[in-house]
Design a protein around this ligand. Structure first.
Ligand code: TRP
Length: 344
């Protein structure tokens, strides 16, 4: 991969991120992604999309896909994204993503993609049977980001490599087409409260929609009883809670529950610990259950309300798609001209 060169880019700062409409959203997505997006919309021009083009790199039931897109949108709105502030749209409604993705397929090198660990994990033992789209998935992701000349990309740690590839594609395009500051070299924003929400059954594994145990995660659409139950059943250890964060090391489940409490309550983990120091989980868990129900209950309720009458969601997506198409058009026009296409 190319070394990070100091960016000459002087354009405006922009946030962009997306979530795939495949599978139910959980607390990890909520705190690690959606709440972060909602916070960033007050700081910078923000584009948040539903990655349906990425979702179809593995089979999606056509009868369900559009509703899955609506469900992610409902979660965005319930987490506080404001369609008047942020541009919220379905990726497939902006054809420029696919167009720029093709051009980037011709910029990226096979050697770069061969190093992508996510493709190796997702394609498993039978990579010859994976879709070609799954292989070029990170190239489309680069197009998503650079189409809007985004500078800041809030994502999980697992996406770092894709952001490095995005910078490599941007740098090579800028170099090949003699336009040193055309594309920015965007940064991944991976830190922040809620960026490491672990399974409730195993404090060393990330909370994940693919974990076979539903008790390992708090889903945004779980009802209040399920949320409280799952917190009560969460794995812990027999020791009381310590005074300091240092003493939590080596106790991954305890560390995770304190981290969840802190993130849900917008407080520092150290502060939460000092409140509960010396108490056992018998005392702590009911408090965490109450807090989780108080924070997540209304999110699930609003998602159910929005999904029951999707007109509002569809209006948000239609307006966002129009804004996104308008924002994407100048970049794509310039790219077409740089590449030398007829009529550009
Ligand atoms: N690959 C991302 C994920 O699975 C989703 C995604 C697609 C994305 N395109 C993006 C995230 C562009 C940030 C920017 O989480």
């Amino acid at each position: 991969m190319t070394d990070q060169v100091p960016p000459a880019y002087r354009g405006p700062q922009r946030v962009l991120s997306g979530v795939q409409p495949s599978g139910a959203l959980h607390l990890g997505n909520y705190l690690g992604a959606l709440v972060k997006f909602a916070r960033l919309q007050h700081e910078m021009d923000t584009f948040i999309f539903v990655a349906d083009l990425h979702a179809i790199t593995v089979w999606q039931d056509p009868a369900l896909l559009a509703n899955q897109v609506r469900e992610i949108t409902a979660a965005y709105l319930a987490a506080g994204l404001d369609p008047d502030k942020a541009t919220i749209f379905p990726q497939s409604a902006v054809p420029a993503h696919a167009e720029l993705g093709w051009i980037f397929n011709c910029v990226a090198r096979v050697g770069w993609l061969d190093r992508m660990t996510q493709f190796k994990e997702k394609s498993g033992k039978h990579k010859e049977r994976a879709s070609v789209g799954l292989y070029t998935y990170p190239v489309l992701q680069a197009a998503d980001i650079l189409l809007y000349k985004a500078t800041h990309v809030p994502v999980g740690d697992d996406q770092r490599q894709h952001l490095e590839l995005t910078r490599d594609i941007a740098a090579k395009f800028n170099h090949d087409f003699d336009a040193p500051d055309f594309f920015p070299l965007p940064d991944a924003l991976t830190q922040g409260p809620g960026s490491r929400i672990m399974s409730l059954r195993d404090g060393t594994a990330k909370m994940s929609k693919s974990d076979p145990s539903d008790n390992s995660r708090l889903n945004l659409l779980d009802d209040e009883d399920a949320i409280a139950q799952k917190v009560r059943k969460a794995k812990t250890d027999p020791e009381p809670l310590p005074e300091t964060l240092d003493e939590l090391k080596g106790r991954p489940e305890a560390e995770n529950l304190i981290g969840i409490y802190a993130a849900l309550d917008n407080r520092a983990a150290a502060e939460v610990l000092s409140e509960f120091a010396g108490q056992g989980f018998g005392a702590f868990k009911p408090k965490l259950a109450d807090l989780a129900v108080a924070r997540l209950g209304p999110v699930g309720a609003q998602m159910h309300r929005l999904m029951a009458d999707p007109g509002e969601i569809d209006a948000v997506l239609a307006k966002g798609a129009e804004r996104a198409r308008a924002a994407a058009a100048p970049t794509l026009a310039e790219v077409r001209a740089k590449v030398g296409f007829w009529g550009a």
